[in-house]
Design a protein around this ligand. Structure first.
Ligand code: DLL
Length: 447
């Protein structure tokens, strides 16, 4: 089922025409209404009249997160204050947040994109949606909330955290679908197992997961642990929030459809900014085509992925792969570029291990070192008599020592770095409480 077949099946030539018209309007609109963009376009020597079609998008300058920060809080807003209907912030680490604003019309499109996304995820009108994304300044909670309502679902606005209560609601409310971060879905699955609840007794069928990078191994754990079909939802506040792209539940693993009638994607080289051909990996850049309160031209997301057309897919829209990582989260260890998802991909080959892991980055003298903390599965841990996982124990147990050696070798072969591995007992690594998880502990920054 498609939510808006006329848009989701639009032939590519017609989509290009629509995008071209919308881009012309958006550039013209920004030139007239946002002094920052007028100045930026003038500095780049771009006359709005020179933007005739979507092919001209490469002539436009990029917008970066620093541009939003420098214009805190409302410097990039294109409408009078009285036309603003909602204000959100992007999850920042420190200092002032990045502010984003929406008109009523923007919120309407936001809900429409989420309703489209949820339909692709398998959700249907009449189903119960347990919304475990955080409510508040984060776009996840309210974004999914209104989009699920738009689709005609009954929304349970539980927000993140209080895992025991989440499970009570899953059981008592007959929840059909849950949305949350993938790491929180794992936390819920673990708690379900801890309480000895039979997942087949739950009505739960779909999980709509996003807001942080995740891999096929996490999908497998969530699907097995919760008894669901789990799909990816992607987005970012600066462009809208969740629902910029979404994976179809019957096309899992083939990428997420970008709703390109509203958000035009490009992949560019992370160093030069030059556009890259279809299928190549680089930085994802978005231009909003229909926003009114705070449109952005060529917004540099810093997310690393590729985009491509899938002619066997249900829709005509372009797809994006999973996010490998953020350009600013890429570790460079002894000259080797490393994203934590690469380590995750190695760990997923070991049935003895779980997807609970952390990377510790240390500086030993002049050398950078990465160590991997990863939890053993409860099956093996129990079989070992729940003893402390010391080097002596590992060496004295054939299965454990073979696995340990093979893991270190696979890391070295696949990533090109030697990493010390610490096997941990189940439950030792801190769990997600609903927000975004930090898989990397980099102690070098304190040096
Ligand atoms: O995380 C919006 C969102 C909410 C998306 C709920 C999906 C579900 P921000 O807080 O602005 O917005 O963070 C945006 O999170 O640039 C990515 O680095 C990362 N991100 C979001 N979705 C995914 C995903 C929301 N599916 C930043 N896979 C983005 C990987 C994701 N990373």
């Amino acid at each position: 089922m498609l939510y808006q077949p006329e848009i989701e099946l639009m032939p590519r030539a017609q989509m290009r025409e629509l995008q071209s018209r919308r881009l012309r309007e958006q550039v013209d609109y920004l030139y007239k209404n946002v002094p920052f963009y007028k100045k930026k376009l003038k500095e780049a020597g771009v006359d709005p009249a020179a933007i005739k079609s979507i092919e001209d998008i490469h002539k436009l300058p990029f917008t970066k997160k620093t541009d939003l920060r420098d214009n805190y809080p409302f410097g990039l807003v294109a409408v009078p204050q009285t036309d603003i209907a909602r204000i959100h912030c992007s999850s920042g680490t420190t200092g002032k947040p990045t502010v984003v604003a929406y008109t009523k019309g923007d919120l309407d499109i936001f809900s429409e994109c989420i309703a489209r996304s949820l339909t692709a995820a398998g959700c249907r009108p009449g189903m119960v949606m347990q919304n475990a994304y955080g409510y508040g300044l984060f776009t996840g909670g309210l974004g999914l909330h209104y989009g699920a309502e738009r689709l005609g679902m009954a929304v349970v606005p539980v927000s993140g955290g209080m895992t025991e209560r989440q499970i009570m609601l899953l059981q008592d409310f007959g929840t059909d679908a849950i949305c949350c971060t993938p790491s929180y879905a794992l936390t819920i699955a673990e708690e379900l197992a801890r309480q000895g609840i039979d997942k087949s007794k739950l009505k739960l069928k779909y999980a709509v997961l996003g807001a942080e990078p995740w891999t096929e191994s996490i999908r497998a754990s969530v699907e097995a642990g919760l008894g669901v079909t789990a799909t990816n939802i992607y987005g970012l506040s600066e462009v809208m929030g969740p629902g910029v792209s979404q994976e179809d539940h019957e096309e899992k693993g083939t990428g997420s459809y970008i709703w390109e009638d509203h958000f035009f994607p490009e992949i560019v080289d992370k160093d030069t900014g030059e556009p890259l051909p279809e299928g190549q990996t680089g930085v994802l850049v978005f231009t909003t085509l229909t926003k009114k309160a705070m449109p952005v031209l060529r917004y540099w997301t810093n997310d690393i992925t590729s985009i491509y057309y899938d002619t066997t897919g249900k829709r005509t829209h372009v797809k994006m792969g999973q996010i490998i990582g953020r350009a600013d989260d890429m570790l460079i260890i002894r000259g080797v570029n490393l994203f934590h998802t690469q380590v995750e991909a190695v760990l997923q080959n070991f049935t003895e291990l779980t997807t609970n892991y952390q990377l510790l980055v240390k500086r030993d003298g002049k050398m950078d070192e990465v160590e991997v903390n990863v939890e053993l599965g409860t099956g093996l841990y129990n079989a070992l008599g729940r003893q402390p996982l010391t080097t002596d124990l590992i060496n004295s147990n054939d299965r454990l020592s073979a696995m340990y050696r093979s893991l270190q070798k696979k890391i070295k072969d696949n990533i090109g770095l030697t990493m010390k591995v610490h096997l941990m007992a189940p439950g030792e690594i801190p769990r997600s409480e609903g927000g975004k998880t930090n898989r990397i502990i980099d102690t070098r920054k304190k040096d």
